[in-house]
Design a binder for this molecule. Structure first.
Ligand SMILES: Nc1ncnc2c1ncn2[C@@H]1O[C@H](COP(=O)(O)OP(=O)(O)O)[C@@H](O)[C@H]1O
Ligand SMILES: [Mg+2]
Length: 369
């Protein structure tokens, strides 16, 4: 059992409470006692026990009334109730069950019977709770997926629509674009294709991670190659915002990691740095060994920065339309993925940022197998 379960005993006869307490003292459960109905309601509201053993005959408020009131409160109605009844009072048993009790135990108590029934209902309760939790998790995952697919569908749709537009311009017999225009169109086409490819890569990785199919396949890589290649892929985007990317990485540094995963992480972090840095900013990329086993890659920008209250949320799933300083579109998936990918590679990711000054994202990955 994961969590300690709690039982509330309600009986106006202290002797009975004593017996119940002794019988169940050996079990792992926490016990509460109430000697009247009003107290029972109070304790139930405050402590939310997992099971209530409820005497019927009590002065002021009898057990049936306590049961009725509990069943009316949606927050408490789910707590299972076992009535305590005298052997002779068959009608009471029926009334109790009709009121929503799950079971009854007859007095005088038989120790074994009492323990068995209590444990059965506690186990049922725990199983039910587990089921409800996993259902809630599934519902949340489904809602996230729906949101994701609607955004991706929309964004990817726009990108493909753009590709089609440029292709039409380039092949239109009437327009006959000149060499300069053709070059511009081709550049825009290339940009749209890159955006589409990056978006698809993120989506694919995300779907793999959601279905447990994300497997790292680490090899030894020359870090400088990985970083320079991924910088080159984004130079065009950076130049359009007149952002200078300064990447200085020692050519002797190697890392032991999954190449595709590292590429995806670098692309996301560099693309974010460009996206959230206004025109004429600077992005610095460095890599330094921390010790014999770990290298730290950091990507520092002079961008808009991140509010400290938002830092903790960055790596959590929060899919929504986002926009860069030049209106660049996003969906909030990149950093969540980066964290998952880096962790698959036995690495870590971190961030420091100051609003208006810039941000520094750093990843640490193993050097050796
Ligand atoms: N370098 C950065 N500078 C400022 N804010 C950033 C930076 N990187 C990420 N962020 C913030 O974190 C959010 C999540 O980033 P990410 O998961 O990559 O999603 P997206 O790029 O699609 O918006 C961004 O929308 C942005 O608000
Ligand atoms: Mg991003």
């Amino acid at each position: 059992m994961k969590r300690k379960q709690t039982i509330l005993f309600v009986d106006d006869n202290p002797k009975n409470l004593g017996i119940l307490g002794t019988v169940l003292a050996e079990s792992e459960h926490s016990l509460y006692f109430a000697k009247n109905g009003a107290l029972a309601l109070d304790i139930t509201k405050n402590k939310h026990p997992d099971l209530i053993l409820l005497d019927i005959m009590m002065p002021d408020m009898d057990g049936f009334e306590v049961c009725r009131r509990l069943k009316q409160d949606p927050l408490l109605a789910e707590i299972p109730i076992i009535f305590l009844t005298a052997k002779t009072e068959k009608d009471d048993v029926i009334t109790g069950l009709k009121l929503g009790a799950v079971d009854y135990v007859t007095k005088p108590f038989n120790k074994k019977e009492l323990l068995t029934r209590v444990n059965t209902h506690l186990e049922l309760r725990a199983a039910k709770e587990e089921l409800q939790e996993s259902l809630a998790e599934k519902e949340e995952a489904l809602a996230t997926k729906d949101k994701l697919f609607s955004i991706i569908g929309h964004d990817l749709g726009n990108i493909i629509y753009g590709l089609k537009g440029f292709a039409e311009l380039l092949t239109d017999e009437e327009i006959q674009p000149d060499v300069e225009e053709r070059k511009d169109y081709l550049q825009m086409l290339n940009r749209a294709a890159t955006d589409g490819y990056d978006l698809l890569t993120n989506l694919l990785n995300w779907s793999r991670s959601q279905t447990g199919r994300l497997q790292a396949n680490p090899t030894t890589l020359i870090l400088q190659d990985s970083i320079y290649q991924n910088v080159n892929l984004q130079q065009d985007k950076a130049q359009r915002k007149k952002i200078n990317i300064l990447a200085g990485v020692n050519k002797n540094i190697t890392v032991f990691t999954d190449e595709n995963m590292l590429d995806t992480v670098l692309r996301n972090l560099i693309s974010n740095a460009i996206k959230f840095t206004p025109k004429s900013g600077t992005i610095r990329i460095t890599a330094e060994p921390i010790d014999d086993n770990v290298v730290e890659i950091s990507i520092t920008d002079t961008g808009i920065g991140i509010k400290s209250e938002n830092i903790n949320q960055l790596f959590r799933v929060n899919i929504a339309n986002t926009y860069g300083t030049d209106g660049e579109k996003g969906n909030g998936l990149g950093l969540v993925l980066c964290k998952e990918l880096i962790e698959k590679c036995n690495g870590t990711i971190g961030v420091e940022s100051e609003v208006g000054e810039g941000s520094r994202f750093s990843i640490r990955i193993p050097i050796n197998a």
